[in-house]
Write a new protein. Structure first.
Length: 62
Protein backbone atom coordinates (compact mmCIF):
# COMPACT_ATOMS: atom_id res chain seq x y z
CA UNK A 1 0.00 0.00 0.00
CA UNK A 2 2.83 2.40 0.78
CA UNK A 3 4.26 2.11 -2.71
CA UNK A 4 0.83 2.96 -4.13
CA UNK A 5 0.52 6.02 -1.89
CA UNK A 6 3.92 7.24 -3.08
CA UNK A 7 2.78 7.32 -6.72
CA UNK A 8 1.19 10.31 -8.41
CA UNK A 9 -2.40 10.39 -9.62
CA UNK A 10 -1.49 9.81 -13.25
CA UNK A 11 0.69 6.83 -12.36
CA UNK A 12 -2.14 5.36 -10.32
CA UNK A 13 -4.60 5.79 -13.17
CA UNK A 14 -2.13 4.08 -15.51
CA UNK A 15 -1.74 1.21 -13.05
CA UNK A 16 -5.52 0.97 -12.73
CA UNK A 17 -5.94 0.75 -16.49
CA UNK A 18 -3.26 -1.94 -16.73
CA UNK A 19 -4.84 -3.94 -13.91
CA UNK A 20 -8.29 -3.76 -15.52
CA UNK A 21 -6.83 -4.98 -18.82
CA UNK A 22 -5.12 -7.85 -17.01
CA UNK A 23 -8.38 -8.75 -15.27
CA UNK A 24 -10.20 -8.77 -18.60
CA UNK A 25 -7.56 -11.06 -20.10
CA UNK A 26 -7.69 -13.38 -17.08
CA UNK A 27 -11.48 -13.60 -17.30
CA UNK A 28 -11.25 -14.32 -21.01
CA UNK A 29 -8.70 -17.08 -20.40
CA UNK A 30 -10.89 -18.50 -17.64
CA UNK A 31 -13.92 -18.58 -19.94
CA UNK A 32 -11.97 -20.46 -22.59
CA UNK A 33 -10.47 -22.87 -20.01
CA UNK A 34 -6.92 -21.67 -20.66
CA UNK A 35 -6.29 -20.21 -17.19
CA UNK A 36 -4.10 -22.33 -14.92
CA UNK A 37 -3.95 -20.12 -11.83
CA UNK A 38 -7.51 -19.02 -11.10
CA UNK A 39 -6.50 -17.36 -7.83
CA UNK A 40 -4.77 -14.66 -9.89
CA UNK A 41 -8.22 -13.20 -10.69
CA UNK A 42 -8.83 -12.59 -6.99
CA UNK A 43 -5.39 -11.01 -6.55
CA UNK A 44 -5.92 -8.62 -9.45
CA UNK A 45 -9.40 -7.64 -8.20
CA UNK A 46 -7.96 -6.81 -4.78
CA UNK A 47 -5.16 -4.83 -6.39
CA UNK A 48 -7.72 -2.82 -8.38
CA UNK A 49 -9.59 -2.09 -5.15
CA UNK A 50 -6.37 -0.95 -3.47
CA UNK A 51 -5.55 1.40 -6.33
CA UNK A 52 -9.07 2.84 -6.32
CA UNK A 53 -8.86 3.36 -2.56
CA UNK A 54 -5.62 5.34 -2.87
CA UNK A 55 -7.06 7.41 -5.72
CA UNK A 56 -10.09 8.23 -3.53
CA UNK A 57 -7.83 9.15 -0.60
CA UNK A 58 -5.78 11.48 -2.79
CA UNK A 59 -8.88 13.17 -4.22
CA UNK A 60 -10.26 13.69 -0.69
CA UNK A 61 -7.01 15.41 0.34
CA UNK A 62 -7.23 17.93 -2.49
Amino acid sequence: MEDLRAKSGTELKGDLTAAKKELFNLRFQNATNQLDNTSRIKEVRKNIARIQTVITEKSAEA
